[in-house]
Design a protein around this ligand. Sequence first.
Ligand code: EPS
Length: 413
Amino acid sequence: MHLRFTTAGESHGKALVVIVEGIPAGLPITSAAVDRDLGRRMQGYGRGARMKIEADRIEWLSGVRAGETLGSPIAMLIPNRDWANWQDVMAAEGTPGEPRRRRVTRPRPGHADLVGVLKYDRVDARDILERASARETTARVAAGAVARRLLDALGVEIGSHLVSLGGIRANAPSPLPTPLNDASDASPVRTLDGTAEAAIVARIDQAKKDGDTLGGEVEVVARGLPVGLGSHVSWDRKLDGRLAGMLMSIPAVKGVEIGLGFEAARRPGSLVHDPIVSASHHDHPRAVSDPRAGFRRLGNNAGGLEGGMTTGEPLVVRVAMKPIATLMSPLRTVNLATGGEASAQSERSDVTAVPAMGVIAEALVALVLADAMLEKFGGDALTETRRNLESYLAAAGRRWDAIRAQAADPEAD
Ligand code: EPS
């Protein structure tokens, strides 16, 4: 990995921390740019009361000086405002084994509670759920915001929109709006389909009344990527595998599709693969040279990846999330303290977090793509990374120009 990151922090602990290593020096960055994504992650119709308590903002601990990265590890701290209400429950000091307030002994089906207490030899499932909580994704979104800044400096835009929620599908215009997030963030469920939006909001209201929860799907799109990120040569360098692995690590995510995804398995090859044609340079005005090296595809069923490498077409990834495991009308479970039958714990939670999951998925896609950019182009300073990218694209463009010149030569075969 060329870009490494690690997070720490419990949901109701003092704070979350994240360290990101490998970002080149000289990348302009502000806390506002990171906080913007943290704020976007907190939005979405169907979130619970916790988001009214939190106001996620980072504090730089290291790696940034005078508005620019230093090339050293970037450490960020995000305080949990709810910590004030949980200090005694979550305090590091105390007597091991002594029961604490707000003990959790009725594991929720679908959550990490039961397997976690068995595996880690705990009596209180809070020891598990505090870290299994999706609160952790705040720290990953902060890391992803830094990766997004790097990609933005290299001409790549990442956005997402909601594809379905609670079984209601949303349509999206083709082509998608640019920038994508300006359009999707304007919707309370991050959909581009006003009719579906109203039906989805009503569905969430109904689920809330029923004490139930809802899952759904989002689509992440990255535009402006150069051809050739990732590699076909080894399994662990294939970009589709790296993306799917990373996205499957989001809590409650159960599926990832690239391009046509599962639908490709149901069609003949003639209706799946995207024919190749020559492209003109003005197709990509943001790039210094055509990121597709003079070629493009008629269609993008491949979702921007062939052979585990970017084609230069937009990267299109869909992510499916199951409904949250904390139900206000709880399911059947077993009480770990008594061994008797019980109803599962029903802590305060969200009816749905699918809109927020879209923001998290964008952050993780940004981290994988930034890693792939640094793998391909390296650079201790942003100027060097950019120079390497530009020289690669210019060389790829010259190669194609040479082929075309040769083809125009009547002497050539
Ligand atoms: C979560 C339960 C809720 C969510 C939380 C994830 O928190 P609480 O138990 O404090 O009400 O709000 O999500 C976040 C805190 C967040 O920032 O996304 C869970 O059990 O996973």
